[in-house]
Design a protein around this ligand. Structure first.
Ligand SMILES: C[S@@+](CC[C@H](N)C(=O)[O-])C[C@H]1O[C@@H](n2cnc3c(N)ncnc32)[C@H](O)[C@@H]1O
Length: 204
């Protein structure tokens, strides 16, 4: 993993605001999970908006994690060094908002990792899940085309991928819905897809 350095991008900031604009909790202590790299811009905004929020954060690169520890303390975030999926698989916390700002490729192993999350393992009812992924070269990824028969990459990214997550969610009686898809370019020209989804528990 290399140190993330797109934090000052105007479009990245717009992506953060798209997420902020998608949630408004009716209580003042929401539980939020995110991946701040070493800048914590989004998490500081969450702290300003919800002073009593629980903010849990994870970083998988040790140097980036070390750089972020001080800022985490200043905003009272529980910052951990771990792989995000390992962390969430062990965590007992139920979140109102999870932002997986991965910015990596859409791969079969990513889809496998997302299954328990879209099935509601880590969320409260009516939670919001945001996922940022790079939108590039999915057709070159081994095994992906065997899983999904896509006509075009656009259709795969924007429809089939989410339809698949929806069917995994449904297996656990969870309704997963699109709230927004924000497409932008990072400063190095990489196309990004920010999926903003809602999770509703249908078991009642
Ligand atoms: C795109 S940056 C986060 C940017 C930040 N959310 C912001 O608003 O500027 C993603 C960070 O997550 C880390 N990361 C990527 N994949 C990870 C994984 N599977 N587990 C833990 N950390 C990961 C990267 O090292 C990087 O620091």
């Amino acid at each position: 993993m290399s140190t993330y350095n797109n934090q000052e991008s105007k479009l990245k900031d717009k992506a953060r605001y798209k997420i902020h604009n998608s949630f408004k909790f009716d209580h003042d202590s929401p539980s939020i999970f995110s991946m701040p790299a070493n800048n914590f811009y989004f998490e500081k905004q969450c702290r300003d908006r919800y002073p009593n929020a629980r903010i849990d954060t994870v970083e998988g690169d040790y140097n980036v994690y070390k750089q972020g520890r001080k800022i985490a303390k200043t905003i009272n975030a529980n910052h951990k060094y771990n792989n995000v999926f390992t962390h969430l698989a062990k965590s007992k916390e139920k979140y109102d908002l999870i932002w997986l700002d991965l910015c990596g490729n859409l791969t079969p192993s990513l889809i496998t990792n997302l299954i328990p999350i879209v099935q509601g393992r880590n969320t409260k009812d009516n939670a919001l899940i945001a996922i940022t992924l790079a939108g590039r070269r999915e057709n070159k990824i081994p095994r992906l085309k065997e899983f999904y028969e896509f006509e075009s990459l656009k259709e795969f990214r924007e429809i089939q991928f989410i339809d698949n997550l929806k069917s995994f969610a449904k297996m656990n009686k969870v309704s997963l819905k699109y709230k927004k898809l924000f497409q932008y370019q990072s400063d190095n020209g990489m196309p990004m897809n920010l999926y903003i989804l809602t999770l509703k528990n249908l078991k009642k």
